[in-house]
Design a protein. Structure first.
Length: 82
């Protein structure tokens, strides 16, 4: 169902209302992390699902200026569950 054809930003693809997170596109150090599906919001909110592990991640840093920080937190969380 999810066919992300459009690049939103490096590592973020979208299509059919969903986003695909490809952390390996951020850095080759992250290439072994799974692709996740979900969405992000402007206030540093995240909702991601990893179909390989069944893990769901929800983050809300509540700050428009904290998007980079929210992705660093997401990467740490994804590395911890792998």
């Amino acid at each position: 169902m999810v066919q992300p054809h459009h690049r939103f930003h490096r590592g973020l693809w979208y299509g059919l209302g969903m986003m695909e997170l490809r952390l390996g596109e951020f850095s080759w150090f992250l290439r072994n992390l799974p692709r996740c599906y979900g969405h992000i919001g402007v206030l540093g909110t995240h909702l991601w699902f990893d179909p390989a592990t069944g893990c769901s991640v929800v983050i809300n840093v509540g700050d428009t200026g904290a998007m980079n920080r929210s992705f660093r937190l997401l990467i740490r969380l994804m590395m911890a569950v792998q």
